[in-house]
Design a protein around this ligand. Structure first.
Ligand SMILES: [Zn+2]
Length: 271
């Protein structure tokens, strides 16, 4: 007997064509239920079917498994201007690999827990979770004054080709400012627009330009170097020691692990 569970998708624009489970992932083949179509270039509504493309998009997990929509996206040709275009999908943002509701859910979870724990739970890369969080946070900047503890940090955008400065309230998790670049000037111009009167402490990593910007503008606040970033620096230092020692450590398994272990717990060989 074949057992099948049909779940309501809750995305009204789609109908489900097929459902399957592959490699512990739920895959739903879907297509839209004939939406009205207008040419994005000239606005004309007389269009002709052109072809179909498959687009893979992640949606909210179901039954504790990642769920992917394989969207059979219809493409049309405008009979007025000749433009070929894809139908627009209300539930999926342009050029993104997740549905709006999944992105919103990740953003909300980021306010209660860390990006790395969500990345583990969701089996999604750290960078992806981080990007989703700051994409949405950037649209919902808080304009109320911050609390007494504020963090200033950098995030990588465009796969690390560009950096942005982010000012976050450490106590409430709200993002107050975001702006291009991560130099002293960029940080200063963001900090200048912030009502920083309640702020007693700035938390930051060991990035000098942020330190300069904060101390220039607020010489009386205390500065805390964020533990996570200190640990990261130590890890990098350990990694480079291990890399230099690696040739002489032949036969020692898990070099980094041995460096982190206490000496008395090491086997004779790994000492
Ligand atoms: Zn057109």
């Amino acid at each position: 007997m074949k057992t099948e569970i049909r779940l309501p998708l809750g995305l009204p624009e789609f109908e489900i064509l097929k459902q399957s489970i592959r490699n512990q992932k739920i895959i739903l083949d879907v297509r839209t239920t004939a939406l009205p179509v207008h040419c994005p270039l000239c606005g004309f509504s007389h269009v002709k079917s052109h072809d179909q493309r498959l687009r893979r998009v992640r949606d909210l997990d179901a039954l504790d498994k990642p769920l992917y929509l394989m969207i059979h996206v219809r493409r049309y040709r405008c009979l007025n201007c000749g433009e070929v275009f894809s139908e627009s999908l209300p539930s999926v943002p342009h050029h993104k690999h997740q549905t709006h509701r999944l992105r919103e859910a990740i953003y909300l979870r980021c306010q209660d827990t860390t990006i790395s724990s969500i990345s583990r739970q969701m089996r999604m890369s750290y960078k992806t979770v981080e990007r989703i969080y700051y994409d949405i946070a950037g649209k919902k900047l808080s304009d109320t004054p911050p609390s007494s503890v504020v963090g200033i940090d950098e995030i990588a955008v465009r796969k690390g080709h560009r950096y942005e400065t982010v000012i976050t309230d450490i106590l409430t998790g709200k993002v107050h400012r975001m702006g291009a670049n991560r130099d002293t000037e960029a940080a200063r111009s963001l900090l200048e627009t912030l009502d920083a009167r309640p702020v007693k402490t700035f938390v930051m990593d060991m990035w000098q330009p942020f330190y300069h910007a904060v101390t220039q503008l607020f010489p009386d606040v205390s500065i805390v170097i964020d533990k996570y970033h200190v640990v990261q620096k130590i890890n990098h230092a350990l990694d480079s020691v291990r890399k230099t020692c690696q040739p002489s450590l032949k036969g020692v398994k898990k070099g980094r692990f041995s460096l982190l272990k206490r000496r008395f717990r090491l086997s004779e060989k790994n000492k």
